[in-house]
Design a protein around this ligand. Sequence first.
Ligand code: G4P
Ligand code: NA
Ligand code: NA
Length: 189
Amino acid sequence: MELLKQKIIQEGIVLDGGVLKVDSFLNHQVDPELMMEIGRTFARLFRDSGVTRIMTIESSGIAPAVLTALELGVPMVFARKRKSLTLQEDLYTEKVYSFTKREESEVTVSKKFLAPAERVLIIDDFLANGEAALGMARIIRQAGAEVAGIGIVIEKSFQAGRGKLLEQGYRVESLARIASLEGGKAAFV
Ligand code: G4P
Ligand code: NA
Ligand code: NA
């Protein structure tokens, strides 16, 4: 997506450790027009996939996920993150380990908002090691539902996530694929 790449080039800040800061339009301040265009693009890519629901994880996945849901005319649910949780019967729960943050969290979705016959499109802001997307996919399978695909706003292609998701047979569509952040500059695939 050309508009997104321009935004990354103009406003992205490369931090140590291969981290791209995009606080001005995605992770803190949110650019509504850009999100609308992102929603339209995901909707176009997955229009024929029989999507009945969008799923993301709080918090930064919510903006692109809700605009994709609006375009496809389906509901959106976001998985909640908690440090530790006593088991609750009305929740689907999976553990997700973050390599970036070096911490494990539990992600949960209420059984009320995910039914067995659904086809769920996973949307997230970043794909790094793929653990968040894999956690969501496990929740969807726990419910007896299917993963219709995975839509990512910014993929860090130099990390392992994409490969792990493809290995499991999921369709992955990333709107910007970053090959390298070396020398403080984003280079695209
Ligand atoms: P993974 O799911 O692909 O394995 O990613 P990982 O655990 O490493 O990422 C942990 C958090 O850091 C996620 O946000 C993810 O979106 C974010 N992240 C990873 N790499 C980058 C990066 O280069 N730039 C930015 N801006 N974020 C990155 P989170 O903890 O879920 O936070 P939230 O922003 O969604 O609330
Ligand atoms: Na994030
Ligand atoms: Na995220």
